[in-house]
Write a protein that binds this ligand. Structure first.
Ligand SMILES: C[S@@+](CC[C@H](N)C(=O)[O-])C[C@H]1O[C@@H](n2cnc3c(N)ncnc32)[C@H](O)[C@@H]1O
Length: 306
């Protein structure tokens, strides 16, 4: 019943202060309540339609993600027509060089799916911790709380693409210092130029100097290596923006699925041009990621000055 039809069958309700006294007031209240609470047919229809649309949207998005990973690969095995290939492949090149040289017990902090475990051929054991549970996570930790790990238990702490998501990064680095053996290695990678992701937990970006500054107080920084140049930085941003734009709704994902071969072609061209531009960029000022290697100093770390 709408307010207009209510005015016809019970005019005193819509004209409060009618002549029937308290009784009228009571009836008024219950009728108004009924009108307010009873879902209208159109409401029921539109909420069912909304639920159906969002279920179909979620299904389409899942199908798209499955198809995309089948055709374009998954992290860390992306094919050159994957929209994250430019940022991924430059990072993987650095990691593939350094990871096999690290030996002993490895702790992967913020491990996710432990994508780099197969590349750590020198690891005698490999433990992964993360704030989010997952099939490959050995222990779930809480932000800002000590890790369930003994002091000086590990030879290597690996922390790839995590620090930008940690509000209190120094707390994480303090824990990394605690669990590393003296002389042990910390390997960190962080983005310098990339879009906001994993919202709302995306807090920081690090330049080479910024990464050194963040790690320096607790470790001896051995090496900082930038990944990529102007081409991969611009290309990765452009493709990530396009992907985000075209996956924001079920109908756009449907469109993108229909245009998938064309989308893969565009990505391949942008990736190729990005690589060429990287090859001619000599500025050293534009890079997507930073990799940093550091060691835990021997002796009393409170008196350590980097
Ligand atoms: C971008 S993913 C990187 C995953 C993996 N390290 C990689 O390189 O593919 C960021 C990961 O950091 C984890 N993370 C976020 N905050 C964390 C924290 N305070 N301590 C440990 N892990 C955290 C997230 O749950 C997520 O798995």
């Amino acid at each position: 019943m709408t307010a207009r039809s209510l005015a016809i069958v019970a005019p005193w309700v819509v004209r409060p202060g009618g002549t029937n006294g308290d009784r009228a007031t009571e009836v008024q209240r219950s009728l108004v309540e009924m009108v307010r609470l009873r879902p209208r047919k159109t409401d029921v229809f539109s909420s069912t339609a909304r639920r159906l649309t969002s279920a179909v949207g979620a299904l389409v998005a899942r199908l798209y993600r499955w198809l995309y990973s089948e055709l374009c690969g998954t992290h860390p095995n992306l094919r050159p027509w994957h929209f994250q290939w430019l940022s991924g492949s430059t990072l993987y090149t650095s990691l593939r060089e350094r990871l096999p040289t690290l030996r002993g017990r490895v702790l992967d902090v913020g491990c996710g799916d432990k994508p780099y475990e197969p590349w750590m051929s020198g690891a005698t054991s490999y433990v992964g911790i993360d704030v989010v549970a997952g099939p490959r996570v050995d222990a779930v930790i809480e932000p800002r709380k000590p890790w369930p790990v003994a002091d000086e238990d590990f030879d290597v702490v690996l922390c790839t693409q995590v620090l930008e998501h940690v509000a209190d990064g120094d707390r994480l680095l303090m824990e990394a210092t605690r669990v590393l053996k003296p002389g042990g290695t910390l390997l960190v990678t962080v983005p310098f130029a990339y879009g906001e992701h994993a919202r709302p937990h995306d807090y920081w970006r690090f330049s080479l100097q910024g990464a050194r500054e963040a790690i320096g107080p607790r470790f001896r920084v051995v090496e900082t290596i930038p990944q990529g140049g102007i081409g991969s930085t611009l290309g990765a941003m452009l493709l990530a923006w396009l992907e985000l734009t075209f996956t924001r709704s079920g109908s756009r994902v449907l469109l993108l699925t229909a245009l998938l071969p064309a989308w893969m072609g565009v990505v391949l061209v942008v990736n190729g041009v990005g690589r060429l531009l990287d090859a001619v960029d000599r500025t050293g000022a534009f890079y997507g990621n930073v990799m940093l290697l550091a060691t835990k100093p021997h002796g009393d770390r409170s008196s350590f000055t980097p």
